[in-house]
Design a protein around this ligand. Structure first.
Ligand SMILES: NC(=O)C1=CN([C@@H]2O[C@H](COP(=O)(O)OP(=O)(O)OC[C@H]3O[C@@H](n4cnc5c(N)ncnc54)[C@H](OP(=O)(O)O)[C@@H]3O)[C@@H](O)[C@H]2O)C=CC1
Ligand SMILES: Nc1c(N[C@@H]2O[C@H](COP(=O)(O)O)[C@@H](O)[C@H]2O)[nH]c(=O)[nH]c1=O
Ligand SMILES: [Zn+2]
Length: 355
């Protein structure tokens, strides 16, 4: 409640949309591949209802916020604040724009328009046609950033791409020769656990052929609670064979290959790519077709460099350990960015670089 308020109308709009963003954060990963949205219902400068998107397939933010209002009679005199345009289509749930109209909410303030082709302004249009006052574009950039995977997917027709690797202080990701079938570990156990948290959050993890062969990686979520990501590996000529861990069938796995004749099984889905030209873009197209909104490129350097060289990445998460290796597989380098944040994880440094 604003008593003796000095806030302008715009400041109030920004305050409530900020609250929507706080709420939306709680649903970010569970809602995928849907966006996570926050909604706040305000009556006479007082919040009377709040909600955010339920786990995928469940109700959206608006019905959750509406259901939380104790006295539904007040809806007719309230403003609905929502970080993303209310939907206008029948998906897993009915259109939220219809519900807003049905509940006779007279005013709606929206953070940003929905880039999804089936909505994309139609929710706004529907509500305006029903006589609702609709304001659009409050904290627009922040609202888009809050659903960066969803926006990248629908606007750029590719997943949000996170490059990730661990390197020694002197810039190596592995020794030249390593014990077969086991990764050479560089980062510490807490960093490793954080990576497993990311595995539970992002939709896919991808490795190159040499990494699949040398490390025999599982790419599953073991040191954190949650789902496994879709595992993706490159295998131009069919070098990765049983008993590689990537073929154990415990999680959906996509093999990108030049072999057109391979028939997908319950363990591996084969996807064709021409490795001689712009492979990263083809990988993006394949992941887009599989409805994958985010991918972590785990390495190795050849694979990471391929994405860096064609500018196909959004974020890099680089663990730097304190010890040296002297020689080995050189770590990739991303162009320096003034959008870099550094975290300390015991004796590791984690640099998060955004393009
Ligand atoms: N510290 C860390 O965070 C990590 C370390 N690693 C280490 O990295 C090392 C492997 O790195 P690296 O040798 O660079 O290999 P990669 O794992 O990146 O695999 C590269 C191979 O993939 C195939 N390929 C073909 N075309 C492309 C293309 N356009 N882009 C990418 N790959 C292509 C090639 O194999 P082909 O010729 O058969 O087609 C190529 O040699 C391992 O020792 C592993 O342990 C790996 C991941 C993370
Ligand atoms: N060596 C190294 C990493 N290696 C990455 O982890 C993969 C192994 O995954 P899993 O088999 O599921 O444990 C491996 O193939 C490579 O992609 N990661 C890191 O965070 N730090 C490290 O020092
Ligand atoms: Zn909706």
């Amino acid at each position: 409640m604003f008593k003796d308020t000095a806030l302008s109308t715009l400041e109030k709009h920004e305050l409530y949309i900020s609250r929507c963003l706080q709420l939306a954060k709680q649903g970010t990963y569970a809602a995928l591949p849907n966006p996570s949205v926050g909604a706040v219902i305000v009556h006479n400068d007082k919040i009377i209802g709040e909600g955010f998107t339920s786990a995928y397939g469940g109700p959206h933010a608006e019905p959750n916020a509406i259901a939380s209002v104790k006295n539904p009679e007040l809806l007719k005199e309230s403003t609905l604040y929502v970080s993303l345009e209310p939907c206008s289509h029948f998906g897993k749930t009915p259109p939220c724009a219809d519900l807003v109209i049905e509940k006779k909410i007279p005013k709606v303030v929206i953070g940003t328009i929905d880039p999804f082709a089936k909505v994309c302004g139609r929710g706004i249009e529907k509500m305006r046609e029903a006589g609702i006052e609709v304001i659009v574009g409050i904290l627009e950039k922040k609202c888009q950033e809050s659903n960066k995977r969803f926006f990248t997917f629908h606007q750029n027709k590719r997943p949000y791409i996170i490059l990730k690797w661990a390197q020694t202080a002197d810039g190596f990701i592995a020794p030249n020769t390593q014990v077969d079938n086991r990764p050479f570990w560089i980062s510490n156990n807490y960093s490793k656990q954080l990576v497993h948290k990311w595995r539970s959050e992002e939709m896919a993890f991808l490795v190159g052929t040499n990494t699949a062969l040398k490390d025999n990686p599982s790419l599953t979520t073991r040191d954190w609670y949650g789902k496994d990501p879709v595992r993706v590996y490159l295998d131009r000529t069919g070098k990765v064979t049983q008993p590689n861990a990537l073929l154990d069938g415990v999680a959906k796995t996509i093999c990108i290959t030049t072999n057109n004749d391979l028939v997908s099984t319950d363990k591996v889905v084969y996807a064709y790519a021409d490795f001689s030209t712009n492979l990263p873009q083809q990988i993006c197209d394949i992941l887009y077709q599989h409805n994958i909104l985010s991918v972590v490129i785990e390495g190795g350097t050849t694979t990471l460099d391929a994405f860096i060289n064609c500018g196909l990445w959004d974020e890099a998460r680089i663990f730097v350990a304190q010890h040296n290796l002297g020689d080995g597989v050189k770590a990739p380098q991303v162009p320096s960015s003034n959008n870099t944040v550094q975290h300390r994880i015991l004796n590791d440094t984690l640099n998060i670089v955004k393009r």
